[in-house]
Ligand binder design. Structure first.
Ligand code: NAD
Length: 511
Protein backbone atom coordinates (compact mmCIF):
# COMPACT_ATOMS: atom_id res chain seq x y z
CA UNK A 1 0.00 0.00 0.00
CA UNK A 2 1.43 3.33 -1.03
CA UNK A 3 0.77 5.50 2.03
CA UNK A 4 2.61 8.65 3.05
CA UNK A 5 5.04 7.84 5.93
CA UNK A 6 4.77 11.12 7.84
CA UNK A 7 1.03 10.57 8.32
CA UNK A 8 1.78 7.65 10.65
CA UNK A 9 3.62 7.04 13.89
CA UNK A 10 4.06 3.94 15.93
CA UNK A 11 2.26 3.27 19.13
CA UNK A 12 4.10 0.77 21.28
CA UNK A 13 3.32 -2.06 21.96
CA UNK A 14 1.02 -2.14 18.91
CA UNK A 15 3.03 -2.77 15.77
CA UNK A 16 0.59 -1.30 13.25
CA UNK A 17 1.15 2.23 12.01
CA UNK A 18 -0.92 4.74 13.96
CA UNK A 19 -2.70 7.49 12.07
CA UNK A 20 -1.50 10.91 13.21
CA UNK A 21 -3.47 13.98 14.12
CA UNK A 22 -2.90 17.31 12.36
CA UNK A 23 -2.51 20.18 14.80
CA UNK A 24 -0.96 23.58 14.06
CA UNK A 25 0.49 22.37 10.75
CA UNK A 26 2.22 19.30 12.22
CA UNK A 27 1.26 15.66 11.84
CA UNK A 28 1.61 14.51 15.46
CA UNK A 29 1.21 11.29 17.41
CA UNK A 30 -1.77 11.17 19.72
CA UNK A 31 -1.13 10.41 23.38
CA UNK A 32 -4.37 8.43 23.52
CA UNK A 33 -4.28 4.83 24.68
CA UNK A 34 -7.60 4.11 23.01
CA UNK A 35 -6.99 2.79 19.51
CA UNK A 36 -9.44 1.62 16.86
CA UNK A 37 -8.26 -0.72 14.08
CA UNK A 38 -8.66 0.30 10.44
CA UNK A 39 -9.50 -2.99 8.74
CA UNK A 40 -9.46 -4.00 5.07
CA UNK A 41 -13.08 -5.17 4.55
CA UNK A 42 -12.05 -7.69 1.88
CA UNK A 43 -9.44 -9.47 4.03
CA UNK A 44 -9.77 -8.36 7.71
CA UNK A 45 -6.11 -7.30 7.57
CA UNK A 46 -5.46 -4.49 10.05
CA UNK A 47 -4.03 -1.64 7.97
CA UNK A 48 -3.48 0.87 10.77
CA UNK A 49 -4.69 1.99 14.16
CA UNK A 50 -6.55 5.20 14.68
CA UNK A 51 -6.31 6.92 18.08
CA UNK A 52 -9.35 8.41 19.80
CA UNK A 53 -7.97 11.89 20.48
CA UNK A 54 -7.82 13.09 24.09
CA UNK A 55 -9.76 16.16 25.30
CA UNK A 56 -6.46 18.08 25.44
CA UNK A 57 -5.74 17.24 21.82
CA UNK A 58 -9.20 18.42 20.73
CA UNK A 59 -8.60 21.65 22.65
CA UNK A 60 -5.18 22.05 21.04
CA UNK A 61 -6.64 21.61 17.54
CA UNK A 62 -9.38 24.16 18.23
CA UNK A 63 -6.86 26.57 19.79
CA UNK A 64 -4.64 26.29 16.72
CA UNK A 65 -7.63 26.99 14.48
CA UNK A 66 -8.70 29.93 16.61
CA UNK A 67 -5.26 31.48 16.51
CA UNK A 68 -4.89 30.93 12.75
CA UNK A 69 -8.25 32.59 12.10
CA UNK A 70 -6.82 35.97 13.09
CA UNK A 71 -4.48 36.10 10.09
CA UNK A 72 -6.31 33.75 7.72
CA UNK A 73 -9.52 35.82 7.67
CA UNK A 74 -7.42 38.81 6.55
CA UNK A 75 -5.62 36.83 3.83
CA UNK A 76 -6.60 38.12 0.38
CA UNK A 77 -9.13 36.17 -1.65
CA UNK A 78 -6.62 35.68 -4.46
CA UNK A 79 -4.14 34.00 -2.09
CA UNK A 80 -6.79 31.60 -0.82
CA UNK A 81 -7.91 30.91 -4.36
CA UNK A 82 -4.35 30.08 -5.51
CA UNK A 83 -4.01 27.52 -2.70
CA UNK A 84 -7.15 25.81 -4.00
CA UNK A 85 -5.76 25.88 -7.53
CA UNK A 86 -2.63 24.09 -6.32
CA UNK A 87 -4.70 21.69 -4.21
CA UNK A 88 -6.87 20.58 -7.14
CA UNK A 89 -3.75 20.00 -9.26
CA UNK A 90 -2.18 17.86 -6.51
CA UNK A 91 -5.39 15.85 -6.09
CA UNK A 92 -5.38 15.09 -9.80
CA UNK A 93 -1.70 14.12 -9.71
CA UNK A 94 -2.17 11.72 -6.76
CA UNK A 95 -5.61 10.40 -7.74
CA UNK A 96 -4.61 6.80 -8.50
CA UNK A 97 -2.45 6.41 -5.40
CA UNK A 98 -5.11 7.76 -3.01
CA UNK A 99 -7.83 5.70 -4.71
CA UNK A 100 -5.78 2.59 -3.94
CA UNK A 101 -5.57 3.48 -0.23
CA UNK A 102 -9.29 4.27 -0.25
CA UNK A 103 -10.20 0.89 -1.77
CA UNK A 104 -8.06 -1.00 0.74
CA UNK A 105 -9.66 0.63 3.77
CA UNK A 106 -13.22 1.15 2.45
CA UNK A 107 -13.77 -1.74 0.04
CA UNK A 108 -15.25 0.01 -3.01
CA UNK A 109 -13.79 -0.73 -6.46
CA UNK A 110 -10.77 1.23 -7.65
CA UNK A 111 -12.84 2.98 -10.35
CA UNK A 112 -15.44 3.96 -7.78
CA UNK A 113 -12.72 5.13 -5.37
CA UNK A 114 -11.44 7.42 -8.13
CA UNK A 115 -15.01 8.67 -8.56
CA UNK A 116 -15.18 9.34 -4.80
CA UNK A 117 -12.10 11.58 -5.08
CA UNK A 118 -13.11 13.24 -8.35
CA UNK A 119 -16.54 14.26 -7.04
CA UNK A 120 -14.71 15.95 -4.14
CA UNK A 121 -12.09 17.42 -6.47
CA UNK A 122 -14.91 19.15 -8.35
CA UNK A 123 -15.77 20.99 -5.14
CA UNK A 124 -12.15 22.14 -4.85
CA UNK A 125 -12.31 23.35 -8.47
CA UNK A 126 -15.43 25.31 -7.58
CA UNK A 127 -13.75 26.72 -4.48
CA UNK A 128 -11.17 28.29 -6.84
CA UNK A 129 -13.96 30.69 -7.88
CA UNK A 130 -14.23 32.14 -4.37
CA UNK A 131 -13.58 35.63 -5.74
CA UNK A 132 -17.00 35.65 -7.34
CA UNK A 133 -18.70 33.29 -4.88
CA UNK A 134 -18.04 35.50 -1.87
CA UNK A 135 -19.14 38.76 -3.49
CA UNK A 136 -21.38 41.05 -1.51
CA UNK A 137 -24.13 43.29 -2.87
CA UNK A 138 -24.39 47.05 -3.24
CA UNK A 139 -27.38 49.32 -3.64
CA UNK A 140 -26.74 52.95 -4.42
CA UNK A 141 -28.90 55.73 -2.99
CA UNK A 142 -31.28 53.62 -0.91
CA UNK A 143 -32.26 56.97 0.63
CA UNK A 144 -31.04 60.45 -0.21
CA UNK A 145 -27.25 60.23 -0.23
CA UNK A 146 -27.31 56.81 1.47
CA UNK A 147 -25.79 53.58 0.07
CA UNK A 148 -26.05 50.06 1.48
CA UNK A 149 -23.73 47.13 0.83
CA UNK A 150 -23.38 43.62 2.19
CA UNK A 151 -20.11 41.94 3.16
CA UNK A 152 -19.85 38.15 3.31
CA UNK A 153 -17.42 37.57 6.13
CA UNK A 154 -15.95 34.32 7.48
CA UNK A 155 -17.41 33.12 10.77
CA UNK A 156 -14.49 31.55 12.66
CA UNK A 157 -13.53 27.99 13.60
CA UNK A 158 -15.76 25.41 11.88
CA UNK A 159 -15.86 21.66 12.50
CA UNK A 160 -16.70 18.78 10.15
CA UNK A 161 -17.69 15.22 11.04
CA UNK A 162 -17.71 12.72 8.18
CA UNK A 163 -18.99 9.16 7.49
CA UNK A 164 -17.20 6.04 6.25
CA UNK A 165 -18.88 5.68 2.88
CA UNK A 166 -17.18 8.59 1.03
CA UNK A 167 -13.88 9.19 2.85
CA UNK A 168 -12.70 11.52 0.07
CA UNK A 169 -15.77 13.27 -1.33
CA UNK A 170 -17.42 14.24 1.93
CA UNK A 171 -14.39 15.78 3.69
CA UNK A 172 -13.86 17.63 0.38
CA UNK A 173 -17.47 18.89 0.51
CA UNK A 174 -16.54 20.61 3.76
CA UNK A 175 -13.06 21.93 4.45
CA UNK A 176 -12.19 23.47 1.04
CA UNK A 177 -15.34 25.61 1.02
CA UNK A 178 -14.97 26.52 4.68
CA UNK A 179 -11.34 27.59 4.47
CA UNK A 180 -11.53 29.28 1.08
CA UNK A 181 -14.20 31.55 2.62
CA UNK A 182 -11.64 32.57 5.28
CA UNK A 183 -12.57 30.22 8.13
CA UNK A 184 -10.36 27.73 9.92
CA UNK A 185 -11.34 24.11 10.33
CA UNK A 186 -11.18 21.05 12.57
CA UNK A 187 -12.02 17.82 10.72
CA UNK A 188 -13.08 14.58 12.42
CA UNK A 189 -12.97 11.83 9.76
CA UNK A 190 -14.68 8.45 10.11
CA UNK A 191 -12.64 6.22 12.40
CA UNK A 192 -13.44 3.31 10.07
CA UNK A 193 -11.43 4.66 7.11
CA UNK A 194 -9.39 7.77 7.98
CA UNK A 195 -6.31 6.97 5.90
CA UNK A 196 -7.40 8.30 2.51
CA UNK A 197 -8.82 11.40 4.20
CA UNK A 198 -5.39 12.04 5.73
CA UNK A 199 -3.79 11.74 2.28
CA UNK A 200 -6.10 14.52 1.03
CA UNK A 201 -5.36 16.70 4.04
CA UNK A 202 -1.63 16.20 3.44
CA UNK A 203 -2.04 17.45 -0.13
CA UNK A 204 -3.97 20.48 1.12
CA UNK A 205 -1.02 21.32 3.40
CA UNK A 206 1.40 20.83 0.49
CA UNK A 207 -0.77 23.20 -1.54
CA UNK A 208 0.00 25.95 0.98
CA UNK A 209 -2.77 25.88 3.60
CA UNK A 210 -1.08 27.70 6.51
CA UNK A 211 -0.49 26.01 9.87
CA UNK A 212 -3.60 25.93 12.04
CA UNK A 213 -6.05 26.70 9.22
CA UNK A 214 -6.85 22.99 8.78
CA UNK A 215 -6.57 20.56 11.71
CA UNK A 216 -7.60 16.92 12.11
CA UNK A 217 -8.58 14.99 15.22
CA UNK A 218 -9.70 11.38 15.21
CA UNK A 219 -12.26 9.77 17.45
CA UNK A 220 -15.84 8.72 18.06
CA UNK A 221 -18.67 10.03 20.19
CA UNK A 222 -16.49 11.73 22.81
CA UNK A 223 -14.55 13.75 20.27
CA UNK A 224 -17.70 14.61 18.30
CA UNK A 225 -19.46 15.78 21.45
CA UNK A 226 -16.43 17.84 22.43
CA UNK A 227 -16.52 19.60 19.05
CA UNK A 228 -20.29 20.21 19.24
CA UNK A 229 -19.99 21.84 22.66
CA UNK A 230 -16.65 23.62 22.33
CA UNK A 231 -17.05 27.34 23.07
CA UNK A 232 -14.58 28.34 20.32
CA UNK A 233 -16.31 26.49 17.48
CA UNK A 234 -18.97 28.46 15.64
CA UNK A 235 -20.32 25.97 13.09
CA UNK A 236 -20.62 22.20 12.75
CA UNK A 237 -21.15 20.29 9.49
CA UNK A 238 -22.13 16.64 9.78
CA UNK A 239 -22.74 13.86 7.26
CA UNK A 240 -23.72 10.38 8.46
CA UNK A 241 -26.60 8.43 9.93
CA UNK A 242 -29.89 9.96 11.03
CA UNK A 243 -29.50 9.03 14.70
CA UNK A 244 -26.04 10.58 15.04
CA UNK A 245 -26.86 13.52 12.76
CA UNK A 246 -29.88 14.43 14.88
CA UNK A 247 -27.77 14.24 18.04
CA UNK A 248 -25.04 16.42 16.48
CA UNK A 249 -27.52 18.99 15.17
CA UNK A 250 -29.33 19.24 18.51
CA UNK A 251 -26.15 19.39 20.60
CA UNK A 252 -24.39 21.94 18.38
CA UNK A 253 -27.53 24.10 18.12
CA UNK A 254 -28.06 24.03 21.87
CA UNK A 255 -24.50 25.34 22.19
CA UNK A 256 -25.23 28.28 19.93
CA UNK A 257 -23.55 27.00 16.77
CA UNK A 258 -24.66 26.94 13.18
CA UNK A 259 -25.33 23.33 12.30
CA UNK A 260 -26.09 21.29 9.21
CA UNK A 261 -26.65 17.51 9.19
CA UNK A 262 -26.97 15.43 6.02
CA UNK A 263 -28.33 12.07 7.10
CA UNK A 264 -29.85 8.71 6.16
CA UNK A 265 -31.98 7.95 3.14
CA UNK A 266 -34.38 5.62 1.41
CA UNK A 267 -34.15 6.58 -2.25
CA UNK A 268 -36.87 5.43 -4.63
CA UNK A 269 -36.71 4.94 -8.38
CA UNK A 270 -40.11 5.10 -10.05
CA UNK A 271 -40.26 3.20 -13.34
CA UNK A 272 -43.10 3.98 -15.74
CA UNK A 273 -44.02 1.46 -18.45
CA UNK A 274 -42.96 3.92 -21.20
CA UNK A 275 -39.37 4.15 -19.86
CA UNK A 276 -36.52 3.13 -22.12
CA UNK A 277 -36.10 -0.48 -20.94
CA UNK A 278 -32.37 -1.06 -21.44
CA UNK A 279 -31.29 2.37 -20.26
CA UNK A 280 -33.58 2.34 -17.24
CA UNK A 281 -32.82 -1.19 -16.09
CA UNK A 282 -29.07 -0.70 -16.38
CA UNK A 283 -29.29 2.59 -14.48
CA UNK A 284 -31.47 1.06 -11.78
CA UNK A 285 -29.20 -1.93 -11.19
CA UNK A 286 -26.04 0.22 -11.19
CA UNK A 287 -27.55 2.67 -8.69
CA UNK A 288 -28.85 -0.09 -6.41
CA UNK A 289 -25.73 -2.25 -6.18
CA UNK A 290 -22.82 0.09 -6.96
CA UNK A 291 -20.56 0.68 -3.94
CA UNK A 292 -22.36 -2.35 -2.43
CA UNK A 293 -25.39 -0.11 -1.86
CA UNK A 294 -23.43 2.01 0.63
CA UNK A 295 -24.17 5.37 -0.97
CA UNK A 296 -26.51 7.83 0.68
CA UNK A 297 -27.96 8.35 -2.80
CA UNK A 298 -28.09 4.64 -3.73
CA UNK A 299 -31.41 3.52 -5.18
CA UNK A 300 -32.75 1.20 -2.51
CA UNK A 301 -36.42 1.01 -3.54
CA UNK A 302 -37.74 0.35 -7.06
CA UNK A 303 -41.38 1.28 -7.62
CA UNK A 304 -42.72 -0.32 -10.79
CA UNK A 305 -45.83 1.37 -12.18
CA UNK A 306 -48.40 -0.73 -14.06
CA UNK A 307 -46.93 -3.00 -16.73
CA UNK A 308 -43.38 -2.01 -15.77
CA UNK A 309 -43.62 -4.69 -13.04
CA UNK A 310 -43.05 -7.25 -15.82
CA UNK A 311 -39.42 -6.06 -15.92
CA UNK A 312 -38.61 -7.60 -12.53
CA UNK A 313 -37.02 -10.75 -14.03
CA UNK A 314 -34.74 -8.49 -16.10
CA UNK A 315 -33.66 -6.67 -12.92
CA UNK A 316 -32.80 -10.01 -11.31
CA UNK A 317 -30.90 -11.16 -14.42
CA UNK A 318 -28.76 -8.02 -14.46
CA UNK A 319 -28.16 -8.09 -10.69
CA UNK A 320 -27.15 -11.76 -10.86
CA UNK A 321 -24.56 -10.95 -13.52
CA UNK A 322 -22.68 -8.48 -11.30
CA UNK A 323 -19.27 -9.65 -10.14
CA UNK A 324 -18.76 -9.67 -6.37
CA UNK A 325 -15.09 -9.44 -5.44
CA UNK A 326 -12.47 -7.35 -3.64
CA UNK A 327 -12.43 -3.76 -4.88
CA UNK A 328 -8.82 -4.13 -5.99
CA UNK A 329 -9.63 -7.00 -8.39
CA UNK A 330 -10.20 -6.02 -12.02
CA UNK A 331 -13.78 -6.31 -13.25
CA UNK A 332 -15.36 -6.11 -9.78
CA UNK A 333 -18.84 -4.60 -9.67
CA UNK A 334 -19.69 -5.09 -5.99
CA UNK A 335 -17.06 -4.96 -3.25
CA UNK A 336 -17.41 -5.90 0.42
CA UNK A 337 -19.46 -3.91 2.92
CA UNK A 338 -17.54 -1.98 5.53
CA UNK A 339 -17.54 -4.40 8.51
CA UNK A 340 -18.67 -7.83 9.71
CA UNK A 341 -21.21 -5.96 11.85
CA UNK A 342 -22.66 -4.18 8.80
CA UNK A 343 -22.81 -7.51 6.94
CA UNK A 344 -24.66 -9.21 9.82
CA UNK A 345 -27.14 -6.32 10.02
CA UNK A 346 -27.85 -6.43 6.28
CA UNK A 347 -28.32 -10.20 6.34
CA UNK A 348 -30.67 -9.94 9.34
CA UNK A 349 -32.76 -7.35 7.48
CA UNK A 350 -33.00 -9.65 4.44
CA UNK A 351 -34.20 -12.43 6.75
CA UNK A 352 -36.76 -10.07 8.28
CA UNK A 353 -38.07 -9.23 4.81
CA UNK A 354 -38.63 -12.91 4.09
CA UNK A 355 -40.24 -13.44 7.50
CA UNK A 356 -42.60 -10.50 6.88
CA UNK A 357 -43.75 -11.95 3.55
CA UNK A 358 -41.53 -10.38 0.87
CA UNK A 359 -40.51 -12.56 -2.06
CA UNK A 360 -36.75 -13.19 -2.19
CA UNK A 361 -36.01 -13.18 -5.93
CA UNK A 362 -32.23 -13.04 -5.49
CA UNK A 363 -30.38 -13.89 -2.27
CA UNK A 364 -26.89 -12.47 -1.80
CA UNK A 365 -26.36 -13.99 1.63
CA UNK A 366 -23.59 -16.52 1.94
CA UNK A 367 -21.85 -15.45 -1.26
CA UNK A 368 -18.36 -16.97 -1.53
CA UNK A 369 -15.52 -15.03 -3.10
CA UNK A 370 -12.49 -17.03 -4.19
CA UNK A 371 -9.30 -15.81 -2.53
CA UNK A 372 -11.19 -13.65 0.01
CA UNK A 373 -12.83 -16.06 2.45
CA UNK A 374 -12.82 -13.46 5.26
CA UNK A 375 -14.37 -10.61 3.25
CA UNK A 376 -17.59 -8.88 4.36
CA UNK A 377 -19.33 -9.76 1.11
CA UNK A 378 -23.06 -9.62 0.49
CA UNK A 379 -24.16 -10.35 -3.06
CA UNK A 380 -26.87 -8.37 -4.86
CA UNK A 381 -30.22 -9.15 -3.31
CA UNK A 382 -33.69 -8.47 -4.73
CA UNK A 383 -36.84 -8.53 -2.61
CA UNK A 384 -40.23 -8.14 -4.33
CA UNK A 385 -43.78 -7.66 -3.07
CA UNK A 386 -42.49 -5.37 -0.34
CA UNK A 387 -45.06 -3.42 1.69
CA UNK A 388 -44.46 -0.13 3.55
CA UNK A 389 -44.82 -1.70 7.01
CA UNK A 390 -41.93 -4.17 6.47
CA UNK A 391 -38.57 -3.48 8.14
CA UNK A 392 -36.76 -3.68 4.78
CA UNK A 393 -38.79 -0.64 3.72
CA UNK A 394 -38.92 1.18 7.06
CA UNK A 395 -35.15 1.05 7.64
CA UNK A 396 -32.18 2.24 5.61
CA UNK A 397 -30.44 -1.07 4.78
CA UNK A 398 -27.22 0.48 3.42
CA UNK A 399 -26.20 -2.66 1.57
CA UNK A 400 -26.66 -4.26 -1.87
CA UNK A 401 -30.37 -4.93 -1.40
CA UNK A 402 -33.04 -3.66 -3.82
CA UNK A 403 -36.53 -3.57 -2.39
CA UNK A 404 -39.22 -3.76 -5.12
CA UNK A 405 -42.78 -2.49 -4.91
CA UNK A 406 -45.60 -2.26 -7.46
CA UNK A 407 -48.35 0.36 -7.87
CA UNK A 408 -50.91 1.04 -10.60
CA UNK A 409 -50.48 4.76 -11.28
CA UNK A 410 -47.94 7.59 -11.17
CA UNK A 411 -50.12 9.30 -8.55
CA UNK A 412 -49.84 6.25 -6.29
CA UNK A 413 -46.07 6.19 -6.77
CA UNK A 414 -45.80 9.87 -5.84
CA UNK A 415 -47.97 9.34 -2.76
CA UNK A 416 -45.80 6.38 -1.68
CA UNK A 417 -42.54 8.34 -2.01
CA UNK A 418 -44.00 11.40 -0.28
CA UNK A 419 -45.21 9.28 2.65
CA UNK A 420 -41.68 8.00 3.29
CA UNK A 421 -39.95 10.05 6.00
CA UNK A 422 -36.67 10.44 4.07
CA UNK A 423 -36.14 12.99 1.31
CA UNK A 424 -32.61 12.59 -0.02
CA UNK A 425 -32.97 11.48 -3.65
CA UNK A 426 -35.52 10.06 -6.07
CA UNK A 427 -35.48 9.01 -9.72
CA UNK A 428 -38.15 8.78 -12.40
CA UNK A 429 -37.68 6.70 -15.53
CA UNK A 430 -39.99 7.69 -18.37
CA UNK A 431 -40.04 9.03 -21.90
CA UNK A 432 -43.00 11.29 -21.15
CA UNK A 433 -42.23 14.94 -20.59
CA UNK A 434 -45.67 15.50 -19.09
CA UNK A 435 -45.17 12.71 -16.51
CA UNK A 436 -41.70 14.04 -15.69
CA UNK A 437 -42.99 17.57 -15.22
CA UNK A 438 -45.80 16.41 -12.93
CA UNK A 439 -43.32 14.26 -10.96
CA UNK A 440 -40.71 16.96 -10.40
CA UNK A 441 -43.40 19.38 -9.31
CA UNK A 442 -45.30 17.08 -6.91
CA UNK A 443 -42.55 14.93 -5.42
CA UNK A 444 -41.40 16.01 -1.95
CA UNK A 445 -37.75 14.97 -2.18
CA UNK A 446 -34.77 17.29 -2.30
CA UNK A 447 -32.88 15.80 -5.25
CA UNK A 448 -34.78 14.54 -8.28
CA UNK A 449 -33.35 12.65 -11.25
CA UNK A 450 -35.29 12.30 -14.48
CA UNK A 451 -33.70 9.29 -16.20
CA UNK A 452 -30.71 10.02 -13.97
CA UNK A 453 -30.38 7.39 -11.25
CA UNK A 454 -28.14 9.19 -8.70
CA UNK A 455 -28.98 12.89 -9.00
CA UNK A 456 -26.18 14.35 -6.89
CA UNK A 457 -25.80 17.93 -8.15
CA UNK A 458 -22.45 19.21 -9.40
CA UNK A 459 -20.80 21.82 -7.14
CA UNK A 460 -22.18 24.87 -9.02
CA UNK A 461 -25.37 23.82 -7.25
CA UNK A 462 -25.65 22.47 -3.69
CA UNK A 463 -26.52 19.09 -2.21
CA UNK A 464 -30.20 19.51 -1.39
CA UNK A 465 -31.52 16.47 0.50
CA UNK A 466 -34.69 17.29 2.41
CA UNK A 467 -37.14 16.22 5.12
CA UNK A 468 -35.83 13.31 7.25
CA UNK A 469 -32.52 13.25 5.37
CA UNK A 470 -31.44 16.70 6.49
CA UNK A 471 -31.41 19.09 9.41
CA UNK A 472 -30.59 22.75 8.86
CA UNK A 473 -31.63 24.81 5.87
CA UNK A 474 -28.28 25.03 4.05
CA UNK A 475 -26.62 22.10 2.28
CA UNK A 476 -23.00 21.26 1.49
CA UNK A 477 -20.95 22.88 -1.30
CA UNK A 478 -22.06 25.39 -3.93
CA UNK A 479 -23.73 28.67 -3.05
CA UNK A 480 -25.41 27.24 0.05
CA UNK A 481 -22.00 26.32 1.51
CA UNK A 482 -20.81 29.90 0.99
CA UNK A 483 -23.87 31.06 2.91
CA UNK A 484 -23.26 28.50 5.66
CA UNK A 485 -19.59 29.41 6.07
CA UNK A 486 -20.05 33.19 5.97
CA UNK A 487 -22.11 35.76 7.79
CA UNK A 488 -23.67 38.71 6.12
CA UNK A 489 -22.92 42.16 7.41
CA UNK A 490 -24.78 45.13 5.95
CA UNK A 491 -23.12 48.51 5.92
CA UNK A 492 -25.25 51.61 5.42
CA UNK A 493 -23.25 54.71 4.55
CA UNK A 494 -23.88 58.43 4.22
CA UNK A 495 -21.22 61.02 3.39
CA UNK A 496 -21.90 64.66 3.82
CA UNK A 497 -20.98 67.65 1.81
CA UNK A 498 -21.91 71.17 2.80
CA UNK A 499 -25.08 71.13 0.70
CA UNK A 500 -26.47 68.00 2.35
CA UNK A 501 -25.77 68.70 6.01
CA UNK A 502 -28.94 68.43 8.18
CA UNK A 503 -29.60 71.58 10.07
CA UNK A 504 -31.90 70.06 12.71
CA UNK A 505 -32.24 66.95 14.86
CA UNK A 506 -34.52 64.27 13.33
CA UNK A 507 -36.15 61.88 15.83
CA UNK A 508 -38.14 59.77 13.32
CA UNK A 509 -36.82 56.39 12.10
CA UNK A 510 -36.38 57.40 8.45
CA UNK A 511 -32.91 57.62 6.90
P1 NAD B 1 -22.37 7.34 11.42
O1 NAD B 1 -23.48 8.26 11.78
O2 NAD B 1 -22.25 6.07 12.17
O3 NAD B 1 -20.96 8.08 11.59
C1 NAD B 1 -20.75 9.38 11.08
C2 NAD B 1 -19.75 10.11 11.98
O4 NAD B 1 -20.31 10.25 13.28
C3 NAD B 1 -18.43 9.38 12.13
O5 NAD B 1 -17.39 10.31 12.04
C4 NAD B 1 -18.52 8.75 13.50
O6 NAD B 1 -17.28 8.65 14.14
C5 NAD B 1 -19.42 9.70 14.26
N1 NAD B 1 -20.23 9.00 15.27
C6 NAD B 1 -20.64 7.70 15.25
N2 NAD B 1 -21.40 7.43 16.33
C7 NAD B 1 -21.49 8.58 17.03
C8 NAD B 1 -22.16 8.94 18.24
N3 NAD B 1 -22.89 8.07 18.92
N4 NAD B 1 -22.06 10.22 18.65
C9 NAD B 1 -21.34 11.13 17.97
N5 NAD B 1 -20.67 10.83 16.82
C10 NAD B 1 -20.75 9.58 16.36
O7 NAD B 1 -22.50 7.09 9.85
P2 NAD B 1 -21.66 6.08 8.94
O8 NAD B 1 -22.10 4.69 9.25
O9 NAD B 1 -20.23 6.42 8.98
O10 NAD B 1 -22.20 6.49 7.47
C11 NAD B 1 -23.35 5.93 6.89
C12 NAD B 1 -24.55 6.82 7.06
O11 NAD B 1 -24.28 8.11 6.54
C13 NAD B 1 -25.77 6.34 6.29
O12 NAD B 1 -26.91 6.53 7.08
C14 NAD B 1 -25.81 7.24 5.07
O13 NAD B 1 -27.09 7.41 4.48
C15 NAD B 1 -25.34 8.51 5.66
N6 NAD B 1 -24.81 9.41 4.64
C16 NAD B 1 -25.58 10.48 4.31
C17 NAD B 1 -25.15 11.34 3.31
C18 NAD B 1 -25.98 12.53 2.90
O14 NAD B 1 -25.46 13.40 2.23
N7 NAD B 1 -27.25 12.60 3.27
C19 NAD B 1 -23.93 11.11 2.67
C20 NAD B 1 -23.17 10.00 3.06
C21 NAD B 1 -23.62 9.17 4.06
Amino acid sequence: MSTTPHLYGSHSPVSHPTVRLLIQGEFVDSRSTELHPVVNPATQEVLAQVPMATPDEVDAAVAAARQAFVTWKATPLAVRMRIMLRFQALLREHLGRIAHVLTLEQGKTLADAEGDIVRGLEVVEHACAVGTLQLGEFAENVANGVDTCTLRQPIGVCAGITPFNFPAMIPLWMFPMAIVCGNTFVLKPSEQDPMSTMELVDLAMQAGVPAGVLNVVHGGKDVVDALCTHPDIVAVSFVGSTAVGTHVYDLASQHGKRAQSMMGAKNHAVILPDAHPVQSLNALVGAAFGAAGQRCMATSVAVFVGAARDWLPEVVKRAQALKVNAGTEPGTDVGPVISPRAKARIEALIASGVAEGAELLLDGRGVQVAGYPQGNFVGPTVLAGVQPHMQVYAQEIFGPVLVCMAVDTLDEAIALVNANPFGNGVGLFTQSGAAARKFQSEIDVGQVGINVPIPVPVPFFSFTGSRGSKLGDLGPYGKQAVQFYTQTKTVTTRWFDDASVNTGVNTTISL
